[in-house]
Design a protein. Structure first.
Length: 520
């Protein structure tokens, strides 16, 4: 069956001089000797230029021993012959593959000159120990060979960048009766048609379809029949929705526990809320580098749940998905879950406070776990601030709740009062010398401590944002007891009000604040 494929990449073509002679193809056995045989390596060594660091030549230490080991091709278990122009198994005069290197367990023959899949069969049928096979980047024109005995023990197959359609990929995979891991990345797949999975239903546990053209999980609906599938890798696609509005959401098997949808196009938290319905067995997720994870939450009414850093996005994702045990390669401990859910609940309360009471149902519709979290942690306090005419005296006063030791007192102080005046009021209320008092504004907000997001690449983490400061007369700090209680992940934000002429209105936010009074 003919399976042509053309790359959609706008820069896929290459310019080749017509006068330049083509590199000749070779057999598998010749390529094996050419790469690993010590004599061939010695011939190339005479052409290698010595590298100097200043006046000192670079020395190779231990390479001779490695070369001698690799030169024994009959003992090799891992063979990598990618891009070596292999077209056939043996050429006239060559020994057979089995006589040359019978112990191969892992074989990579990617980006070679195979046109018929039967040529791969001829190589692999002589490798009884073969377990892993990489065929990435080959352009198979004919794949009609139905031979399966050559791949009886192979459990790992790579078919990346072959530009085969889904039916052809599955047709090849069905030749591997024990296949557990299949990679079909970079094949320009956009929708998976329904095909017969045969033995793959019971054997396939890991499927990688990264860097294709999927836009929703509905494009992958046929995978729901793979009842043994545990890991699904979809990094680098264009997934932005569970399914289009007119299509029902797919439900994947309960066995599927790990999902990688990093570097996709998810822009709303409603997508995250819908994941448990489509992936009922989901316990581990990689979600970094989606717009909703990296940038502020654009769907939040009143802007109350803006995600200003990946640390906050990490906690919000935990809060929205109650079954997760790992996120972005980070295990979620009991303390992490409690921290994330409480932080998420506080964000919901903040969002509710930013809208009128009549709009509460619309806000709560964005948070599927709100009722569940309220049952666990109690309903959060929603404090709505009424707008005050700035010309009224009331608009120029701040209600301050002072707490000193076991005593608490409330008073109103003009916004224009400096910190010296505020200390004077506190000293008068508690009968203490003002300059011997220390004022700490308790903001009621939480700050992340340290980056604990995924550390796969340097660009996968972001710098901690600076804590908001109340002005020149304020110094942000964290509460040590809160740090211990929150497992070192999130701590209560506190701001010390330093002595100075700075006005109170520029040092605190809001018209109702809580200030702790401490003795120096």
């Amino acid at each position: 069956m003919e399976k042509p494929g053309l790359s959609k990449n706008p820069t896929a073509a290459s310019f080749v001089r017509p006068s330049r002679p083509a590199d000749a193809s070779q057999s598998f056995v010749a390529a094996l000797h050419g790469k690993y045989n010590a004599e061939a390596v010695a011939e190339r060594e005479s052409q290698i230029q010595i590298v100097f660091f200043g006046t000192k030549p670079a020395q190779e230490v231990g390479f001779d021993k490695i070369r001698r080991q690799l030169a024994r091709v009959e003992d090799l278990t891992i063979v990598i012959l990618d891009g070596t122009r292999v077209a056939v198994d043996v050429a006239p005069g060559d020994k057979s593959v089995k006589e040359t290197s019978p112990l191969i367990v892992e074989l990579d023959i990617s980006r070679n000159l195979f046109e018929e899949f039967g040529q791969v069969v001829q190589i692999c049928q002589e490798l009884d120990s073969l377990r892993s096979l990489r065929l990435n980047g080959n352009r198979f024109r004919l794949i009609e060979d139905n031979e399966i005995s050559a791949f009886t023990n192979v459990n790992d197959l790579g078919l990346e960048e072959t530009l085969l359609d889904w039916g052809a990929l599955c047709g090849i995979a069905l030749k591997f009766p024990s296949l557990a891991t299949l990679s079909g990345s970079l094949n320009q797949l956009s929708v998976l048609p329904t095909v017969s999975f045969g033995t793959l239903v019971d054997t396939l546990t890991t499927l990688t379809l990264e860097f294709n053209d999927f836009t929703s999980f509905a494009d992958l609906a046929p995978l729901s029949s793979l009842t043994s599938l545990r890991n699904l890798h979809l990094k680098g696609n264009s997934i932005a929705a569970i399914s289009p509005p007119s299509v029902s959401s797919p439900i994947f098997p309960l066995s599927l526990q790990y999902l990688d949808i990093s570097y996709n196009a998810v822009t709303t938290w409603s997508f995250v809320d819908a994941l448990p319905a489509s992936f009922p067995g989901l316990t581990s997720l990689r979600f970094a580098h989606n717009p909703v994870y990296d940038r502020p939450d654009t769907e939040a009414i009143g802007g109350g749940t803006q995600t200003k850093s990946t640390d906050e996005a990490f906690m919000i994702t935990i809060g929205r998905l109650g079954t997760l045990k790992a996120l972005n390669f980070t295990p979620i401990s009991t303390a992490d879950r409690a921290n994330g859910e409480m932080f998420y609940l506080s964000r919901i309360a903040k969002q509710l406070a930013s809208v009128p009471e009549a709009a509460e149902p619309q806000v709560l519709a964005q948070h599927a776990r709100y009722a569940e979290l309220c049952d666990i942690y109690g309903a959060p306090d929603v404090i709505r601030r009424d707008e005050i005419n700035p010309t009224y005296l009331e608009a120029r006063l701040i209600t301050v709740h002072f707490a000193h030791a076991m005593n608490a007192k409330t008073t109103t102080i003009p916004k224009s009062s400096d910190i010296y005046a505020v200390k004077g009021v506190a000293g008068k209320l508690f009968g203490a010398e003002p300059l011997r008092l220390r004022l700490v504004w308790e903001t009621g907000e939480w700050d992340p401590v340290g980056g604990f997001d995924e550390d796969e690449n340097a660009d996968d983490s972001s710098d901690e944002e600076d804590a908001e400061r109340g002005g020149e007369g304020a110094e942000t700090q964290t509460d040590a007891p809160a740090r211990e209680e929150k497992g070192g992940r999130w701590v209560k934000r506190e701001v010390e009000l330093k002595d100075g002429p700075r006005q109170l209105g520029f040092c605190v936010d809001g018209m109702d604040v809580k200030i702790r009074v401490e003795d120096r």
